[in-house]
Write a protein that binds this ligand. Structure first.
Ligand code: UDP
Ligand code: MG
Length: 155
């Protein structure tokens, strides 16, 4: 099963959207194996967005991510990296498909409410920035996992 890192960005917290966003991930059946609220430090934000250093939007991005608390999450499931990006929609809300989080809850690229890793490698790197291994809760099964296992066993 694949793991991905998700962050509900500071404006999602300020706008009271946490529950509605998490619900979409739960609806898909992803297993939440890590979740916490934290106010990212500048050091964390710079590590997180290292790939964008030097780009025109970098300084604003770091200021934005450190402007208030975020909800950091680790989700696990089948093809979770791609699936979460699909639920999020395109980086620019105006190009995101209606029904995706960024289309439904955002207007502009800078404040697109949610982050999701873009590859399995990025996910590993990002999870390490925000979580210690012992903070992940892996010793339980979602109802989706139980159903999928029994379906596979029955066929
Ligand atoms: N961003 C921005 N202006 C841009 C491109 C990106 O403000 O021209 C911000 C936006 O918040 C985006 C984040 O930087 O979510 C990271 O950009 P990336 O291209 O990695 O998009 P994502 O992976 O979040 O879809
Ligand atoms: Mg990205």
């Amino acid at each position: 099963m694949e793991r991905t890192f998700v962050a509900l960005k500071p404006d999602a917290v300020r706008r009271g959207l946490i529950g509605r966003i998490i619900k979409r991930f739960e609806n898909r059946g992803y297993k939440i194996i890590g979740m916490k609220m934290l106010h990212p430090t500048i050091e964390m934000a710079k590590k997180h967005y290292a790939e964008h250093e030097g780009k025109y939007f970098y300084d604003r991005l770091i200021r934005y991510l450190t402007s208030g608390p975020i909800i950091a999450m680790v989700l696990q499931g089948e093809d979770a990296v791609h699936g979460v990006r699909q639920l999020m929609g395109s980086t620019k809300p105006g190009e995101a498909e209606p029904g995706t989080l960024r289309a439904d809850f955002a207007q502009i690229q800078e404040f697109n409410i949610v982050h999701g890793s873009d590859s399995v490698e990025s996910a590993k790197r990002e999870i390490d920035i925000y979580f210690k291994p012992e903070e992940l809760c892996t010793d339980w099964k979602t109802i989706t996992e139980i159903v999928m296992e029994s379906e596979k066993a029955a066929i």
